[in-house]
Design a protein around this ligand. Structure first.
Ligand SMILES: [Zn+2]
Length: 201
């Protein structure tokens, strides 16, 4: 039994030592991260970064983060081999473009939803002002407030421009629709039956 060799190192050298044709010692910096069962990982980092640079990079990182660092180097090397010019930057910019186009699509969809909601609200307002809902709306109108009136607002400033801001008046054209009583049924007699169109189509 050999005294200072781990089982893994005595049986099979790590992927790095196998590729570099050297003895895989117990303190081999690659053996924990480059399994002999995945030789393509070290082959990629060796091709792109060089074995000694990979070793230096791994030694600069705290031991608890070396596995993540090694995986990151493998990922980066594989992308660089696929895209020798842009490497990871190509992937990043592709993903950024995807994010931007999806954001634009999301904004368009949200605007469309708002349009639909606005149209729905307008339609229900029309129904309420022309149908039975009008009387309900009148009955539910709030009465004059019993709370003391607020002090009058100061008059609008009349500066050198001479522009007079009109005060708030009652909204126009509500009286006509509120006081219209279409439920008398007198008007319906003049409408021929064959001209009735469905309200919603
Ligand atoms: Zn090794």
């Amino acid at each position: 039994m050999e005294p200072s060799c781990t089982k893994l190192n005595t049986s099979i050298p790590c992927a790095a030592c196998k590729l570099l044709r050297r003895k895989c010692a117990e303190e081999c910096p690659f053996s924990p991260y480059f399994s002999p069962h995945e030789p393509q990982k070290f082959a990629a980092v060796h091709k792109v970064f060089g074995a000694s640079n990979v070793s230096k990079l791994l030694m600069e990182v705290p031991e608890s983060q070396r596995a993540d660092a090694a995986n990151s180097l493998v990922y980066e090397a594989n992308v660089r081999l696929r895209d020798p010019i842009y490497g990871c930057m190509g992937t990043i910019s592709t993903l950024n473009q995807q994010v931007q186009s999806l954001q634009a699509e999301l904004n368009a969809t949200r605007a469309e939803i708002l349009r639909y909601k606005y149209r729905e609200a307008t339609n229900s307002l029309i129904i309420a002002s022309t149908g039975i809902g009008a009387t309900v709306a009148v009955a539910e109108l709030p009465q004059a407030p019993s709370t003391p009136t607020y002090p009058p607002r100061p008059p609008p400033p009349q500066d050198s421009f001479g522009v007079v801001i009109p005060s708030c008046s009652s909204p126009p054209s509500t009286h006509e629709s509120v006081y219209a009583t279409p439920s008398s049924g007198a008007n319906f007699s003049v409408i021929p039956n064959n001209n009735i169109v469905p309200y919603f189509d």
